[in-house]
Design a binder for this molecule. Structure first.
Ligand code: UT7
Length: 314
């Protein structure tokens, strides 16, 4: 048995922080940020906009899109590395907020790969017959973990949440293959100690890791699905930096038209980037039923992963 995405949803904070506003906080400018990252703006959570509230809104929208009821959801996995509260977990708070009374709920933290890892977990559980459907969510309020006096990091990150509703389907449909991995030996290059509070990063090391490891991982997922890079219609990649996306596209020899991006509007929302982008693409009618997608996430840990799937929605 495989899984298919049957609904998507997202929720973004209202407040938009432009590059020009950042230039009033640190020594930077719009031109530098756009040129080095592709980012023009990001959303910043205000009062009442939390990891749990954004995740809940994204889940409600995904369920509405799928035409399913919260009471029938079997499993909720929230991926986040920025939860404001440790207990109860974010997924249990989502359960309460949306009324998914019979769901099993837990959180997962694999940073920017978190959504993909959560999707893989849902696949494994549904494939094993432990449940029939799941809500898989990436939700982040990174603005609380960013040092707003560090121009090397504060320009990159933003807040938001995205969710997909998945259910079991025939083996040859939906999710076709998975490749993933972790390299804890290099964990220091991107870290956040909750006591000290802020994200610290060796930007160049992360850049190198992403541009080398991600294409390899995608190639592995493609080989497992018996497909080539050219067979894929859309590469839905973690939105970290436009130059990283361009480098990955070049290494795979795929045109940038197949690598959609919205990082200019939202920056890097860690585990939320892939489901938010998927939701935008779905709502714009970008994906046609039967088209092939690669999803790929990478980030702190270090962690990375890719999957190949067929889009099964109209
Ligand atoms: O989910 C994964 C999350 N992490 C990432 O995606 C990070 C990946 N890495 C990157 O995106 C890039 O490394 C950055 C965008 C963070 C930095 O770009 P870079 O091309 O590696 O720049 P750099 O760190 O080598 O800095 C170049 C110059 C330096 O000045 P000097 O030493 O040449 O005089 C920096 O001090 O740019 C300076 N600089 C800035 N200038 C204006 C660094 N940050 C800024 C800034 N505005 N915000």
């Amino acid at each position: 048995m495989s899984i298919r995405i049957a609904g998507t949803g997202s929720a973004l904070p209202e407040y938009v922080r432009s590059n020009d506003e950042l230039a009033t906080l640190v020594d930077t400018n719009d031109e530098w940020i756009r040129e080095r990252t592709g980012i023009a703006a990001r959303r910043i959570a205000g009062e009442g906009e939390t990891v749990a509230s954004l995740a809940s809104a994204a889940c409600e929208r995904a369920l509405m899109d799928a035409g399913r009821n919260a009471e029938d959801v079997d499993l909720i996995i929230v991926s986040s590395c920025s939860a404001e509260q440790l207990l109860p977990c974010m997924a249990c708070q989502v359960q309460k907020n949306i009324g998914a009374t019979k769901a099993v709920c837990y959180d997962l933290n694999a940073a920017c790969s978190g959504f993909l890892f959560a999707l893989n977990s849902a696949y494994a559980y549904i494939n094993a017959g432990l449940c029939k459907n799941a809500l898989v969510v990436g939700s982040e309020v990174l603005s609380k973990l960013v040092d707003w006096s560090d121009r090397g990091t504060c320009i990159l990150f933003g807040d938001g949440a995205g969710a997909v509703y998945v259910e079991g389907c025939e083996e040859d449909k939906g999710m076709q293959s998975i490749a993933w991995g972790s390299d804890g030996m290099k964990g220091d290059v991107l870290s956040c100690n909750t006591r000290e509070g802020f994200i610290t990063m060796d930007g160049k090391a992360v850049y190198k890791f992403a541009t080398r490891q991600v294409p390899e991982c995608i190639e592995e997922a493609l080989a497992k699905a018996k497909l080539t890079a050219a067979d894929i219609d859309h590469y839905v990649l973690h939105q970290a930096n436009i130059r990283i996306l361009e480098s990955i596209a070049k290494r795979l020899s795929v045109p940038m038209e197949k690598v959609p991006h919205n990082l200019e509007h939202y920056g890097n929302m860690s585990s939320a980037t892939i489901p938010v982008l998927l939701d935008e693409m779905h709502k714009c009618g970008t994906m046609k039923k039967g088209q092939k997608l690669v999803l790929s996430g990478f980030g702190a840990g270090l962690t990375y992963g890719a999957c190949v799937m067929t889009w099964e929605m109209d």
